[in-house]
Design a protein around this ligand. Structure first.
Ligand SMILES: [Zn+2]
Length: 323
């Protein structure tokens, strides 16, 4: 089950809302997943379309909480491509008018005919705004797996509905983006803190926990990766330094022979050749007498300098080893 479906099934089970919140959530459902059919003479019927059984149950529950139905809603299951299911919930015309009137989504024209219109209700309470977020998410929202990215989005057929959601998000302290994708209006929320807050506001507390868990794991993993990269870089530097030392020693050996080096330098040169992978400090430990880290670095620099000088004065055959 995707993270998004997990969140939806948790939200579908949220209970104990007051009447004001039921209306708010239903309003978001109508704008996000509602299908309006016009029958002429001002008759309208309202349906809901969803591919999730949990969401379908939620709408039905909210509808029942909003008042008694005149006619039992009809349920249809449509099998779409690749076994994809879509549920349609159809309300009777009478129930549709009742519901839309309560939402302030019906407007009477001059002849007294009722027409569907943008919602005129304004939500003043935060409990209702949170319920609206929940309904909007269940109806048309999607959230990415937080292990991949922190991103939630809602798709709307028209800009006004998207703008309404963006406003509600802002009233609850979330900054959303509004854009267009293939002719649809898209509302997006980004960033770990915002997505986590969104889940909290909608009431998906288990999902908040699982998201915070994966966030903690992610940051731990990133820290471990940084440490490993740092070690690898050190090792890389160490190996390339050792390669440079060996090349210098081999050059010295070819030009003047290691035996002509002062005894300590000659001993260090042989040690390095015999242990190309060893750290310089480990070579220092094996010297007689032992050499400290700075002592061994100093001796090694001497060897490198000699090789460099040798390179520069490659023409002059007689070269004295510096002491
Ligand atoms: Zn409320």
């Amino acid at each position: 089950m995707s993270f998004s479906s997990q969140v939806k099934s948790e939200l579908a089970g949220v209970s104990g809302q007051s009447r004001c919140c039921v209306t708010a959530e239903l309003g978001a459902f109508i704008l996000g997943a509602g299908v309006i059919t016009l029958h002429g003479r001002g008759q309208i019927s309202l349906g809901f379309r969803t591919d999730s059984a949990a969401v379908l149950k939620r709408v039905l529950k909210l509808f029942n909480l909003s008042g008694a139905a005149y006619v039992r809603p009809r349920l249809m299951l449509k099998q779409r491509m690749a076994g994809h299911r879509q549920y349609h919930l159809l309300l009777s015309q009478r129930d549709s008018h009742r519901l839309l009137r309560e939402q302030g989504m019906l407007r009477q024209d001059e002849e007294g005919t009722e027409r569907f219109s943008a919602p005129s209700r304004v939500m003043r309470r935060n409990c209702c705004r949170r319920a609206y977020l929940r309904g909007a998410f269940l109806a048309s929202g999607y959230i990415f797996d937080p292990r991949r990215r922190y991103h939630a989005e809602w798709v709307y057929k028209d800009h006004a509905r998207a703008a309404r959601l963006k406003r509600v998000l802002l009233q609850l302290g979330l900054l959303a983006g509004l854009s267009e994708r293939r002719g649809d209006a898209l509302v997006t929320i980004k960033g770990g803190d915002q997505v986590s807050e969104l889940l909290k506001l909608m009431g998906a507390h288990l999902s908040v926990l699982s998201m915070e868990n994966s966030r903690a794991e992610k940051s731990l993993r990133e820290r471990a990766n940084r440490a490993v990269n740092c070690d690898a870089a050190n090792l890389g530097r160490q190996l390339s330094a050792a390669r440079e030392q060996i090349e210098a020693i081999e050059a010295l050996s070819r030009a003047i022979g290691l035996n002509s080096l002062p005894p300590r330098l000659s001993a260090l040169a042989r040690l390095r050749l015999s242990q190309p992978d060893a750290r310089l400090t480990d070579l220092g430990e094996q010297m007689e007498p032992r050499l400290s880290k700075s002592g061994i670095q100093h001796q090694m620099r001497k060897l490198l300098c000699m090789a460099k000088e040798l390179e520069h004065s490659a023409q002059s055959p007689a070269m004295e080893a510096p002491q």
